[in-house]
Design a protein around this ligand. Structure first.
Ligand code: ADP
Ligand code: MG
Length: 397
């Protein structure tokens, strides 16, 4: 990786220094305002612990939800502070704002090895506007800036990019791991390199497909997007998800696969039903025999077998997008079985996308995956080869 990380900061320059760390604490809360999934907080602990152990004074900043137009009581960071304190095992101080005199006083009173969590940075519209003065105010709290929020690195906001104009900027360990896993591991893959792409729409993944087709040996297509490819081959897809406007694009992708000698594999069979609902009768049909009054909601048994065999031969796997409507139990088998195969394969496996991660967890195989990316949109943009503003601003080695 060509960006400097917190490991590159000379040790004597961390002790006693105030370090502003942009973390991704955008966690789900229930109606009692309790954190229901602490994954993102857990992932940030190595960076926070490292800085505290070096005697730094850690100031954490994050957004939480979408508080459009100003402060919202239900989106205050208090439940996050509580959870962080439990997980970290250190006292966590919590500020009621993220800039201003009172916050500066709290920051200045911090002792070596102490932690301060700032209030939701999106309570200020200047955050998303990447306002220069707002960024300056945030930066004025600290001596050093660390970005560990990979999930928001594709956004040029004040706390993810703007502050770097005023402070020396470094990557945290989570940021480093994401960049290495999605970058190095996929750009220089151990072959065969296989990608599984699914999810609802071709249009939301087109950039990723185009990029991956230049790199992979095998491309498995499943989920809602597969029907646009099947239509492009000249077959009917009944009431399945279809993006008419992407049919030409789908043809181009298949031509490109041929040209690049990529083994492009579409499903052999589907589970179809009149509706994508629990309890509705289902039936297995061949890929090119979807009845006019039914839609495909999962891959069928032959496809599970065929995809499974390809997965077991792979040495590097990238997966984004469930291969069926996995939220509905009767249509979750394909996605769960694919998750298990990826876990069993022994390949270097990199998985991204909110729904795909939910599926991995549902299958109970998360700990057998090499890297589960915390960034939804950011992971895809990075794999597409786009520059992420929150990464670009970090110091190069
Ligand atoms: P991710 O969040 O992992 O990037 P996407 O958001 O692109 O994935 O797609 C996931 C969604 O696609 C899920 O809600 C899933 O139910 C839906 N989906 C997958 N296959 C189908 C299908 N055959 N019919 C309808 N929806 C589908
Ligand atoms: Mg999704």
């Amino acid at each position: 990786m060509d960006k400097k990380t917190i490991r590159d900061i000379p040790k004597d320059q961390l002790k006693g220094k105030k370090v502003l760390v942009r973390v991704d604490f955008n966690v789900p809360l229930n109606e009692k305002r309790e954190v229901t999934d602490d994954t993102r907080i857990v992932m940030s602990l190595p960076t926070i612990r490292f800085l505290l152990e070096q005697g730094a004074r850690v100031i954490l900043v994050s957004h939480l939800g979408r508080p459009k137009g100003g402060p919202k009581d239900e989106l205050k960071m208090n439940p996050v502070a509580l959870k962080l304190e439990q997980l970290l095992g250190y006292k966590v101080q919590k500020a009621d704002d993220c800039i201003g005199e009172s916050v500066a006083q709290m920051a200045n009173k911090l002792k070596d090895g102490e932690v301060l969590l700032l209030e939701n940075v999106r309570f200020y519209p200047q955050e998303e506007a990447n306002d220069h003065e707002f960024a300056r105010s945030l930066a004025s709290l600290a001596d050093i800036y660390v970005n560990d929020a990979f999930g928001t690195a594709h956004r040029a906001h004040a706390s993810t990019a703007g502050v770097a104009a005023f402070l020396p900027a470094y990557a945290g360990f989570l940021m480093e791991k994401e960049l290495e896993s999605l970058g190095e591991k996929l750009n220089h893959p151990v072959r065969p390199f296989l990608a599984i792409l699914g999810g609802a729409k071709v249009s939301s993944k087109i950039g990723v497909i185009q990029k991956l087709i230049e790199k992979v040996d095998v491309l498995l297509i499943g989920g809602g997007m597969s029907y646009t490819f099947i239509k492009a081959l000249g077959y009917e897809v009944g009431t399945s998800l279809l993006e008419e406007s992407m049919i030409e694009e789908a043809k181009k992708i298949m031509d490109m696969a041929k040209e690049k000698k990529v083994n492009f594999i579409l499903p052999d069979d589907f589970i179809v039903a009149a509706e994508g609902k629990e309890g509705v009768p289902t039936q297995v049909v061949a890929w090119n025999q979807i009845p006019a009054n039914m839609g495909g909601f999962d891959i069928g048994p032959k496809t599970i077998e065929k995809f499974g065999q390809a997965i077991m031969k792979a040495k590097t796997i990238f997966w984004n997008g469930p291969v069926g409507l996995f939220e509905v139990k009767s249509f979750s088998t394909g996605t769960v079985e694919i998750a298990k195969k990826v876990a069993q394969s022994g390949a270097v496996s990199v998985v991204g996308g909110g729904d795909t991660i939910a599926a991995i967890n549902q299958a109970g195989v998360a700990n057998a995956i090499t890297h589960i990316s915390t960034g939804g949109g950011a992971s895809l943009e990075f794999v597409e080869g786009r520059k992420l503003p929150g990464v670009e601003v970090l110091q190069s080695k």
